[in-house]
Design a protein around this ligand. Structure first.
Ligand code: PGA
Length: 258
């Protein structure tokens, strides 16, 4: 199915894997193998690999991005990285509010909101992650959790500056869970909830343009059924993006457009 005017964007989230050399070896092979992919390919890589990979992908459609950043423009924040530095290294997008950051590093919606604002000011495309826990789903609170995350993470931002926002719906119970991915129907329902809420929060026209990716145990086996859903405009892939074979299989899938 062709999703109205929205492109299909498939992002690999490498988390804390791959040295510079391993990253370069991967991308050198990925470029020719994905040349006829119908999707846009984004790679969210460790900070150390951003600059070498940004050079490596010149002339190819692949875009390189980061997995986190600080909300300040610069300052005495030992160990943090600023949006300007990421842009300078060649990043074009940044993942914000990943559930691992929220859970392990105690990031909250207010902090993520400041990061989204900073990313936009500095010209980095934000990929805002959200999703419910197993407990919240079992208590029928999924819609409430998703709408609160969207409202708080996007508070005080001019709707027009959010046309390039990417939302990544990642149910926490499905991340890194092997065969525990959300079914295409469950994922589609959650994406529709996000789109409807975005339409109330921003405008229906802007909500129609926002790419909403699904993430959580995506594999070559379940990717195409997920992508066939009308409100699933792409994928955010952890584990399966680390292996060239499985990532290439997913990005080259055409069944959702044919
Ligand atoms: P996974 O990770 O594909 O390994 O479940 C997804 C993510 O954390 O972005």
């Amino acid at each position: 199915m062709i999703h109205s005017q929205r492109p299909c964007i498939i992002t690999g989230n490498w988390k804390m894997y791959k040295t510079i050399q391993e990253s370069i070896d991967f991308v050198k092979k990925l470029i020719p193998l994905s040349a006829s992919s119908p999707s846009k390919i984004f790679l969210a890589v460790p900070f150390t690999s951003i600059q070498p990979l940004a050079k490596e992908v010149v002339g190819s459609p692949i875009l390189i991005g980061a997995q986190n950043m600080n909300d300040a423009s610069e300052g005495a924040f030992t160990g943090e990285v600023a949006a300007r530095m990421l842009r300078d290294a060649g990043a074009t997008f940044v993942i914000l509010g990943h559930s691992e950051r929220r859970r392990l590093f105690k990031e909250d919606n207010a902090f993520i909101n400041r990061k989204v604002k900073r990313a936009i000011v500095e010209g980095l495309r934000p990929v805002l992650c959200l999703g419910e826990t197993r407990e919240e789903r079992d208590e029928n609170r999924t819609a409430e959790v998703l709408s609160t995350q969207l409202k708080e993470c996007l508070a005080g931002i001019e709707p027009k500056s959010l046309v390039n926002l990417i939302v990544a719906y990642e149910p926490i119970w499905a991340i890194g869970a092997g065969n525990q991915s959300a079914s295409p129907e469950i994922a589609q329902d959650a994406h529709l909830i996000c789109r409807k809420f975005l339409s109330e929060l921003l405008t229906p026209e802007i909500a129609e343009q926002i790419v909403i990716q699904y993430g959580g145990s995506v594999t070559p086996k379940n990717a195409s059924d997920l992508l066939k859903q009308p409100d699933i405009d792409g994928l955010l892939i952890g584990g399966a993006s680390l292996s060239l074979e499985s990532f290439v299989e997913i990005v080259n899938d055409r069944s959702h457009i044919d």
